[in-house]
Design a protein around this ligand. Sequence first.
Ligand SMILES: Nc1ncnc2c1ncn2[C@@H]1O[C@H](COP(=O)(O)OP(=O)(O)OP(=O)(O)O)[C@@H](O)[C@H]1O
Ligand SMILES: [Mg+2]
Length: 509
Amino acid sequence: MRSDGNLAVMSLRRTALALLVLIGLIAPGDALKCNCTNCEKSGYECETDGACMASTSYIKGQEQHVRICIPRESLIPPGQPIYCLSAEGVLNTHCCYTDYCNSVDLQVPNGVPKHESWPGTPGSWGPVELVAVIAGPVFVFCLLLIVGVFLFQHHQRNYNHRQRLDVEDPSCDHLYLAKDKTLQDLIFDLSTSGSGSGLPLFVQRTVARTIVLQEIIGKGRFGEVWRGKWRGGDVAVKIFSSREERSWFREAEIYQTIMLRHENILGFIAADNKDNGTWTQLWLVSDYHEHGSLFDYLNHYSVTIEGMIKLALSAASGLAHLHMEILGTQGKPGIAHRDLKSKNILVKKNGTCAIADLGLAVRHESITDTIDIAPNQRVGTKRYMAPEVLDETINMKHFDSFKCADIYALGLVYWEIARRCNAGGIHEEYQLPYYDLVPSDPSIEEMRKVVCDQRLRPNVPNWWQSYEALRVMGKIMRECWYANGAARLTALRIKKTLSQLSVQEDVKM
Ligand SMILES: Nc1ncnc2c1ncn2[C@@H]1O[C@H](COP(=O)(O)OP(=O)(O)OP(=O)(O)O)[C@@H](O)[C@H]1O
Ligand SMILES: [Mg+2]
């Protein structure tokens, strides 16, 4: 028994064939003439090089007779061509090979109820179905062709893209990240030969992603700071929470200002934003300094006169470099820190300072005399805000105003250092500036009353006058704290004064 599927295939083929003959796509060969029920135009006759065929079936309750020509190439398989097969109980078919031999009247096959029809019989199809039979496969074929062409082009594009990326891709890092290189080598090689703004971004990413975090070492406003390991050396990793993305971006941007690198500015290594699917991890990788911040350091240790001068002079050198504009193609813009305080200065192993946390800094574009971001009125830490910041009289159009505000804060940091200076066996306990005048987390209003209204400043003890170094430090502080920002010392002036002092006191930097 043949399946319905087979019958459907047979019927479909037969119909398509009849149609092709009908529309003249198959040129009849010479010889055999047959009756043709569908060939009105040629007098119900057709010619073929194959066989004549007659078939009878029931369609929609009606007895249908079809007579057509079958071309030779369609007579497959040779012994029993599928076009010539009857379907038991459904379709009676007869093929023959003499002229008009298909004029026979076949009987409707047994078992077909008079009211039923076999839906797949060609005679039951109207013009719409016939068009669908031909147009359908053509349409599917075209669709497959279009999809094929599209996939091919897509593949080609991806391939070309990959080829291009391979040049910049981290897979090329081995060119830069030779196994024996330390971070210092890398930064020296690439920042000195390159733009002077640090490692290429893809090297930054690779370094960041091969750091192994060790322990948390601090928490600040923007996230956590970790000690991490890279190739056996320590690095500091500041991890920003995802809502602090702007701060992360800004800090990375400032650190990558061309020619910023300086021994007294925290050495930036890499920025990376890693999306783990749920949240984005924002990393800022820098040199690690085991003493931590100057705040931590002064809390733990008192310092000698020499130690004080080293800290003060190096901090002034860092700030002078930050503030200074260097002209030329390999120059740097002037930068104001805007959040200078002892927690944002790190202490290096050799007892010198590195200024850190540049996230709030602003850069001066001297050609247009503008500032690179719209500076908001009051940023930074309230305790360290200059009087003109507290009372909002600062001229924000003038870049130097921000430098003057930094100098005020530097004076407060010097006061914190000098208090911890051990001269003649005396030193004071560590205290934050204004510890005796404002509460622990002062409001702007509380600070303004003390600093602007009462014009109070941290106390400079008289005994400091007995020691040249402390006397000089006291004098510098006062000149950093003037209410009038423009009257304050510059970082460069302070650096020069302290350099002289270091020579006088025979300090080895
Ligand atoms: N590069 C570093 N090396 C060693 N310790 C560091 C480094 N950077 C930061 N720390 C430590 O992590 C602490 C937190 O730093 P972070 O800058 O996040 O906050 P903060 O300076 O204490 O406060 P703020 O958010 O107000 O800046 C620092 O106080 C310091 O002890
Ligand atoms: Mg900080």
